[in-house]
Structure formats: C-alpha cells, structure tokens
Design a protein around this ligand. Sequence first.
Ligand code: GUN
Ligand code: ZN
Length: 429
Amino acid sequence: MAQDTLLKGRVLSFTGSPFEAEPEDAVQVNEAVVLSGGRIAAVGGAQDLARAHPGAEVTDHGEKLILAGFVDAHVHYPQTAMIASWGKRLIDWLNSYTFPEEMKFAAPDYAAGIAARYLDLTAAHGTTTMCSFCTIHPESVDAFFAEAQSRGQRVVAGKTCMDRNAPEGLRDTVRTAYDQSKALLQKWHGVDRLSYAITPRFSPTSTPEQLEAMGALWAEHPDCLMQTHLSEQTDEIEWVRSLFPSARDYLDTYESFGLLGGRGLYGHAIHLEPRERDRLREVDAALIHCPTSNTFIGSGLFDMAGLMSRGHRIGLATDTGGGSSFSMLRTMAAAYEIGQLRGVPLHSAQLLWLATVGSARALRMDDAIGNVAAGMEADLVVLDLASTPAIAQRSERAQDLWEAVFPTIMMGDDRAVAEVWIGGRRVTG
Ligand code: GUN
Ligand code: ZN
C-alpha cells in the first residue's frame, strides 16, 4: 500500500457556486489535505490531520494555494504544434493551419508523440483533466487515451467526424464515422479514468446524414458526452444557414438530429439566438467558454454574466490551438478581460470555480473531480502566488487571499505551478 500524503498550505475548496452566493462565501480555506489511495481522504486543520494520519509523508507548502487540478473542458490536442498561428479567422484558419496539421495524425507515431507532448505541457500548467477533440483517424484517439491511461489521468476524448467541407484525407463517411466512433467508444469508454465523447466537429463539416448517425449513436450510448462547436463566428453562422436552409437556427442543425442533450458540450456559444439560449437552458446542456480563442481568432465576447444569471451550465476551456495558451491561468485572465469588455468583472473565486468545479460540472464529473473534498479523486495543483518578481511585488501587499491570488490569475503561467498531483501521484514539481 502506498504511503499517505499530507499537504499543508492554503487549501481552497468550494462549498457552493460563487455565481449564486457572495463569491467569497462559496469558498472554504483549510490548512491541510490528506491523499490516500488516489483519493482525497480528508481536508481540515493541519494538527488534527497529522494526528489522524501519523504515517503520512508531510510536505509544507506554506502560503501556497492548494486547489483542485484545472479542468479544461474543450481542447484539440492535435493542434498542439500549430498553436499561435497568425492572421486568420475561423474558416481560413481551419483550412490554412488546422486541417494540414490534423492530416498528420494518420501516422500512429506522430499522434503518440503529440499526445505525450500535449499531456506534458498541460500537466506543467496545472491541468489534470481535459475534454479533447482528436482527428478523424481512430489512431489519434487510441494515442491520446493510451497516453492518458499510462499517466492515470481522467480525460474525455472522441474521434472528430467530418464527411464534407474538409480536404481529401480528412474526411470519413456516414458509415465509417458511426462504426469507428462506436468501436472506439466500446474500447475506451469507462476504462480506468477514460471517457468517450461522441464528436461531430461542427455542422458545416458533417452532412445531415452524418449528424443523424451521430445522433443515433448517442441515443444508443446516452451515458457518453457529446461535444461539438456552436455559433463561434458570424461568418460561420451564415455558412450554416446556407448549408441547412430549413433549420430554424444553428442549434437546430444539432437538435433535429438528436444532438441536443444534457450531456452535450457546445464550444463557444457566443452569438446565440433567444430560442437557442432557451433550449440549451431547458435541456441543461453545457456551454464551454473559450476566451483566449475567442479573442485570438476574433470571434466575439461570450455573455458570461447573462448566461450565468439564467442558470446555464458553463465550463471554461483553452480551445488549444485556436486558443493561444495551454494555461488555465491565462484562460481565466482572458475570461476576466472579456467580462470587463462586457462591463461585468469576474471575481477571482468565480474564475477559479469556472476552471475547476464549473468545467467538471460541464463534463458531468463534479462528483469525482474539480474540488478538494473527502472522497474526491486526488487531482491537485499547488500554486505559488509569488512565482515571478512582477507577481511577487504585487501580491506581497495583498490585504486578503483574493488580492493575493488575482495577480497570479492575471500574470501567472507555468512558473506559478509548484506541484501537480494526478490520481494521488505527484507528476511535477
Ligand atoms: N470549429 C470547428 N472546428 C474548430 C476548431 O478546430 N477550432 C475552433 N476554434 N473552432 C472550430
Ligand atoms: Zn474547438
């Protein structure tokens, strides 16, 4: 039996949603956390826990913040190597940069190499779970799940299905999309900490017949998540309108094929019609905010305050590599900046909640990850709130925790990540 671990520091847990209460009232700070057998055994006072777990290996992190590992609710791991590609908007960006890179994932060795690189980079940035699109190649899904499995990591992923408006070599068919998705689902879903998400890329790259087949597969496997993109750019919405002339709106191109549901994850969701908003709320689908992507590709300003006030389920994500960073800290900063442009600044507690509990709720995994509480899986990040001279000179004059953490949210990067724990095992630091 592996030895228990006792980490001392400022251990941050959420007791509620900081969007529903005063943000600071939704948070509890304890002195220590005990990890045992891959789970969090206890959270509480340092002396009490030390007494109750006399054999535990103790590390004192002092003033550092210990919180749940970050959960990135929408990424494309195959876009790791072409992140930060210059000067295009969505459709040109896909054709110029994304599709040529995704083509390379037909080669299992290439896919395995990028999967390992991506999981190294994200662990270094404190991200312990992500929900990833792969490419149309089953090999790209196998590579990602195999790598995550070897690291004991909780991840969600799926084969990205496209049967039109993509280059030769990056298109499947109605039949192969269904058959390959089903085979991958049966191979990986529920194995160790891995989950499969049915993944039609977005309606412009699927025929109605392929969307229908994806809807049928989801109906056969309703415990799976389904991930796609929705209303990211206005040009894209016009394109969807011309491709699906009888659809009521963009969401209807999913809804009418069985691709709207509570376990659905809709990336971006910026330019929503009232009907779309109402239907998404009615079924309690998850909207995934990808702020660095939305500014980088020039998509628009997500309505966090408006959607939260209507009770939407919202996760936060990098959208690597349309997003311009692997860091959920940088992603929180961008969410803050978009909030400012909309006139509603987000509190640090709300930003941290979105990057942990919020994204875990979006993935319907908040009973297992995203918070520091007894019984949860032991995925943790330890943040140094004085990781660079620029941050330290600001945080040292902080009057409270929130003033101490905000400079790290706004200016922090992987240097702020002192330690990362995945499934009770320390992976960096
Ligand atoms: N819409 C369809 N595919 C993609 C993608 O790969 N990235 C982003 N940002 N939007 C998309
Ligand atoms: Zn995306």
